[in-house]
Design a protein around this ligand. Structure first.
Ligand code: PMP
Length: 428
């Protein structure tokens, strides 16, 4: 038994499923999760001393690689000044100004502690602002685990095969309308019926919780014009895509401006941080200036702000994004070549520094339906072959992959060599 297997057995006695977030338990791929002890740059090291090239990056935050020295030092310095004060601090202003600079559609922003809090509050704010109850989301889009949003929510629920969660009253769920991602006609249709009851559309502008599915041309633009026509709030959930798909997020990359944006992951540099922001007229509807309530004992925590700011500041390096995108190109095209050579039906998607791969005969994956129809047996076998060879990818076919600034050309070559062997094993 490996040390990770021992730890997993022990963890299951004290923690439900042995994990503090479900997908970590490897339900999507079978077998025992690896327990990580430390990470550096592109690598993670497990409890058995094995090194992995990591394409999960703590599920997105580690765009600069693990244990980034600038973030580490800024965080240490903040710790030395005190962990939390429960008062306003200067660092929160710097953070808010930095976010506004990087994401210009955000005129005002509030910090919270997770992506879930950000989306939950954005929805409440949109409802309070419009005086409407219903919201529209897309099947397979995940927006955290707030009650209203845990309806047909992709990701961990897809991995576990649970479409909706018990514990959410039907009375809540009935206000959440769900339509098909990348299908603007389905949105038109529902708005034509009850558009004036819909407070908001919330969307992952690049879907990253049903593998990686970019928007088809016209989809995001269509959502923008429908919201304009019906006076609904357009919320881009950029918890994953923010500072990832490009420096200004998916809204910059696809040039479509939402009313509200939710952020998380990269914004905290690895600390538990989220944020929501957007048009001042809407944001001023939040307490204490407005009637919609939201609060947080540790919101804007000084240590988290220091880590996040040290992360965001480094994103201004003009070389960073072109390099990330080139590495994603090399990885996805290299995987495709090797799968083709082995005769394995396979395709890839990418959006900035996010990528996805599919064991599918379809060459263009644009829908939730297609993502769920992939060959899961191939995915599982490929996954475990890569893991054994020291390549750590998301342990689910319904998660995106993430490139970091720390991945070297040699890391990519090693990954592709491992993939060549994994495809050959699949063939055999
Ligand atoms: N929105 C999106 C698009 C996400 O990917 C996630 C988390 N993967 C969340 C919201 C929830 O964020 P958190 O896990 O920090 O609550």
């Amino acid at each position: 038994m490996s040390r990770s297997e021992q730890l997993f057995a022990q963890a299951q006695l004290a923690i439900p499923g042995g994990v503090n977030s479900p997908v970590r338990a490897f339900n999507g791929v079978g077998g025992s999760p690896i327990f990580i002890e430390r990470a550096e740059g592109a690598y993670m090291f497990d409890a058995d001393g094995q090194r992995y090239i990591d394409y999960v990056g703590s599920w997105g935050p580690m765009i600069l690689g693990h244990n980034n020295a600038v973030i580490r030092e800024a965080t240490h310095a903040a710790v030395d000044r005190g962990l939390s004060f429960g008062t306003p601090t200067p660092g929160e202003i710097t953070m808010a100004e930095k976010i506004k600079q990087l994401v210009p559609s955000i005129e005002k922003v509030r910090m919270v502690n997770s992506g879930t809090e950000a989306t939950m509050t954005a929805i409440r704010l949109a409802r309070g602002y419009t005086g409407r109850d219903k919201i529209l989301k897309f099947e397979g889009n995940y927006h955290g685990h707030a009650d209203s949003l845990l309806v047909k929510a992709g990701s961990g629920l897809l991995t576990l095969g649970v479409p909706n969660s018990p514990g959410i009253p039907e009375d809540f769920a009935k206000h959440t309308l769900t339509v098909t991602f990348n299908d603007i006609d389905s949105v038109h249709k529902i708005f034509a019926e009850i558009g004036d009851e819909i407070a908001a559309i919330i969307v992952e502008p690049v879907a990253g919780n049903m593998n990686c599915i970019p928007p088809v041309p016209g989809f995001l633009e269509g959502l923008r014009s429908i919201c304009d026509d019906y006076g609904s709030v357009l919320i881009f959930d950029e918890v994953m895509t923010g500072f990832r798909v490009s420096r200004g997020g998916a809204q910059e990359y696809y040039n479509v401006v939402p009313d509200l944006t939710t952020l998380g992951k990269v914004i905290g540099g690895g600390m538990p941080v989220g944020a929501f922001g957007g048009k001042a007229a809407i944001m001023d509807y939040i307490a204490p200036v407005g009637p919609v309530y939201q609060a947080g004992t540790l919101s804007g925590n000084p240590v988290a702000m220091a880590a996040g700011l040290a992360s965001l500041t480094q994103l201004e390096d003009p070389e960073l994004y072109p390099n990330l995108f080139a590495k994603v190109d090399k990885l996805t095209s290299g995987l495709q070549e090797r799968a083709d050579a082995a005769g394995i039906p396979f395709t890839t998607n990418k959006a900035g520094s996010m990528f996805g791969f599919f064991f599918s005969k379809d060459q263009h994956i644009t829908s939730y339906q297609q993502a769920t129809e992939c060959n899961m047996e191939h995915f599982r076998k490929f996954y475990h072959s890569m893991l054994k060879q020291g390549i750590y990818m998301a342990p689910s076919a319904f998660e995106a992959g993430f490139m970091s600034a720390a991945h070297s050309d040699a890391d990519l070559d090693e990954t592709l060599a491992a993939a060549e062997r994994a495809f050959a094993e699949l063939k055999a």
